[in-house]
Design a protein around this ligand. Structure first.
Ligand code: IDC
Length: 708
């Protein structure tokens, strides 16, 4: 029994076309609207279409496929997979299995196979786009690298514009190209694939617009538009994936004369001399005049039990039969990817070594190209075929290697999938407070500049927040991260800056602590807040404390040289602080003629740090002028041989460097509090004056010396 089956199945191969259409022509391509074989030679494929797989599945088998290949002279078999009308959408698994069988039987028997998404009712292919994407994705994955599969995206759009069909096709084509990048793709046209001329003004364009053909269908009993098609052929690549000898219903009177006119045109009798490939509707045994077999033929293997139409079509396939030569056709190269393994994953930054092996049985490999989808990544001309794909960003990639042999035959490898992920070890941002300085002391009223630096080693800074203790005081999203914090109240401040990066990781700076003091608010005793050694200065009791006063007694609990009441004005006293004064309370005790009878007023006087010409280190005017104490620091040795460094506690209008004749050498304007300046590197040797102009117009001068 097994031997008998074997005989039945393979005996017809003895009359096969030698070589088979597939072996002779290999990978197909479209060149200038003409279907060509792998060697670039124009060819015409002719063959049959099945009827609906859901109705006439019994007309498709390995045996019937062999009959078509070897006894009918078919080059191509179209599997008409209805989508509606009880087709694929009603039985996805079963109908797809039928489709896949026909694909494989076609390959085994050396024919091309058209995978036909046979939409008809409804006529808008967009009705089933998601299903089509899913289906064609599965088929393209399954058939990737096979040379005989042709995809037909939508049998016969009707009641729909070309732009809608095009939009549908533009969603399906990339899905196929991702896995089976070289395949021929057939796109249906409006009016039951009757008006491919619609494409002329608006063809599919872009990176995927190659190896695409548009379909034209005709029924000889209804359609007589040869001149129209001759014109369309001048601009549009056509494939007649379905035609019948009957009228458009699939039944009725057959017009063989008209059918012959069409076949003549497709054989090349058109102004463009283009050969147009075709499939006849249909290889089935339905009782309709377009059916190629007589009723009941499929049930008993009657693959040559032809109807009138079937006999006419078979005769035209066989006389003349295609002659595919004597087997001298160039053999295509082989190629496969050896690394990375399928489904490999990487972490950014990724540099991926792509490796392939390639060989050519009857020649040499001229190059191997690596593709990501349809995008060329790199080309390698000689073995080993390794290419380092560097700088790969996150994503999922489908990689193929394409080998080209010395006669320009090409083969693409099966695709491999690669995933590149972002490094999940996000690094925290870096942040530091650069202003104010730690442990700074201020006196109200005061505004300060707060500043932070922030950066992220592997991303960007989303924001920097400034806190005083737990209280948010400012949020900044753009560098520089600095702002003026105005009118600070007296108190102790604990500043931090918190940086957040683009992935929400945060870092908080170390704390900068500073103190804002109230100025000396003693308004009862009027006089300086500080004294230098040997200063002589007058203190006075405020007039509003002097009513009913009878006696004033002045003293100081720090060392003083003398305290002398002003003659005739005992509510004033002249203090000579002498050379030992280190600070202390200046006080006056007052007797009154009535309650409160006696009261004591004190004011704490500190030692001023006098601005010392030619000094190093901090110098201060000590607030002697009644303004906020200004600390002026020439922190670089003064005298200096090269440059001076100057820092100010408070904002300044200007800082000028004058020479000994009062001529301005340098000027800096609008200094911020805590601004540091380096200057003087280019000044000649000499004596200079640093003229400091505070915002309240008070001017101070400091002598600086540049030495040899
Ligand atoms: C016809 C079949 C017929 C079936 C009908 C509806 O021959 O048996 O009942 O479909 O499914 C086409 C279509 C093709 C049609 C054919 C004939 O692509 O499905 O088949 N035809 O009407 N376009 C123009 C004609």
């Amino acid at each position: 029994m097994a031997v008998w089956t074997f005989f039945i199945a393979f005996a017809p191969l003895s009359t096969a076309q030698t070589p088979t259409p597939l072996a002779a022509n290999g990978r197909l391509k479209v060149i200038n609207r003409q279907l060509c074989n792998e060697a670039g030679t124009p060819i015409q494929l002719r063959g049959m279409s099945t009827h609906g797989l859901q109705w006439f599945g019994n007309c498709s088998s390995l045996a019937s496929t062999q009959a078509l290949a070897t006894q009918w002279g078919c080059d191509v078999l179209r599997a008409a997979m209805y989508v509606d009308e009880g087709g694929y959408l009603s039985n996805r698994t079963g109908i797809k299995a039928q489709m896949d069988n026909i694909i494989d039987w076609s390959e085994q028997t050396g024919m091309y196979c058209i995978v036909d998404w046979h939409i008809l009712n409804p006529g808008d292919p967009n009705a089933h786009t998601a299903d089509a994407i899913d289906f064609f994705k599965q088929e393209a994955q399954r058939n990737a690298g096979k040379k005989h599969v042709i995809y037909e995206l939508c049998n016969e759009p009707n009641g729909v514009s070309w732009s809608s069909v095009k939009s549908y096709a533009e969603q399906i084509i990339p899905v196929i190209r991702q896995y089976d990048p070289e395949a021929i793709i057939l796109v249906g046209t409006p009016n039951w694939s009757g008006t491919p001329g619609d494409v002329t003004a608006n063809p599919i364009t872009g990176a995927n617009a190659y190896n695409i053909m548009y379909t034209f269908h005709f029924y000889a009993g209804s359609h007589y538009t040869q001149s129209y098609i001759s014109t369309v052929l001048q601009t549009v690549p056509l494939f007649v994936s379905e035609w019948g000898t009957s009228n458009y219903s699939g039944n009725g009177g057959n017009d063989y004369t008209n059918a012959q006119n069409w076949l003549n045109l497709f054989a090349g009798a058109n102004p463009s001399n283009i050969k147009v490939s075709w499939c006849n509707w249909s290889f089935c045994d339905k009782g309709e005049s377009s059916a190629a077999l007589n009723t009941g033929a499929c049930g008993n293997g009657g693959w040559n039990n032809t109807s009138t139409s079937g006999a006419w079509v078979k005769e035209h396939l066989l006389s003349p039969a295609d002659n595919w030569g004597s087997g001298t056709v160039n053999k295509s190269p082989t190629v496969s990817i050896t690394a990375p393994a399928n489904n490999s994953s990487y972490v950014t930054p990724a540099a991926i070594t792509l490796s392939a092996t390639a060989a050519d049985a009857d020649g040499t490999i001229s190059k191997v190209e690596f593709f990501n989808g349809t995008t060329l990544i790199g080309t390698v001309a000689t073995a080993p075929y390794n290419f380092i794909w560097a700088g790969v960003t996150t994503g999922t990639y489908s990689i193929t290697a394409k080998a080209t042999d010395n006669l320009n035959a090409v083969t693409s490898s099966a695709p491999i999938a690669i995933t590149v992920r972002a490094s999940n070890a996000n690094q925290n941002p870096i942040v530091a407070l650069t202003r104010p300085t730690n442990n700074a002391q201020y006196t109200t009223p005061i505004s300060i500049i707060v500043e932070a630096t922030a950066s992220d080693p592997d991303g960007t800074i989303a924001k920097v927040e400034f806190f005083n203790g737990a209280t948010l005081i400012k949020t900044m999203t753009v560098a520089p991260y600095s702002f003026s914090w105005t009118n600070l109240a007296a108190g102790t401040y604990n500043l931090t800056a918190k940086a957040t990066d683009n992935l929400n990781a945060t870092t908080t700076s170390s704390i900068i602590q500073f103190v804002v003091n109230q100025p000396n608010t003693n308004t009862d005793l009027i006089g300086v807040n500080c004294a230098n050694l040997n200063d002589v200065t007058v203190f006075e009791l405020n007039a509003n404390q002097r009513a009913n006063a009878t006696n004033y007694n002045w003293w100081c609990n720090g060392s003083t040289q003398s305290i002398v009441p002003v003659s005739g004005q005992p509510y004033k006293a002249t203090f000579s602080f002498g050379q030992w004064f280190t600070g202390g309370n200046v006080c006056v005790g007052v007797n009154y003629a009535q309650a409160p009878w006696y009261k004591q007023f004190c004011k704490n006087i500190t030692r001023c740090t006098k601005a010392t010409i030619g000094s190093t280190g901090a110098v201060s005017d000590g607030g002697k002028d009644g303004n906020v104490a200004l600390v002026m620091r020439v922190t670089y040795p003064n005298p200096t041989k090269d440059k001076f460094t100057f820092t100010t506690d408070a904002p300044l209008q200007s800082l000028r460097v004058l020479d000994h004749l009062g001529r301005e050498n340098l000027i800096f304007k609008d200094l911020e509090a805590y601004q540091t300046l380096d200057f003087g590197a280019n000044l000649p040797v000499g004596v200079y004056f640093l003229e400091i102009l505070e915002v309240n117009q008070v001017k101070k001068v400091l002598k600086i010396v540049k030495t040899i």
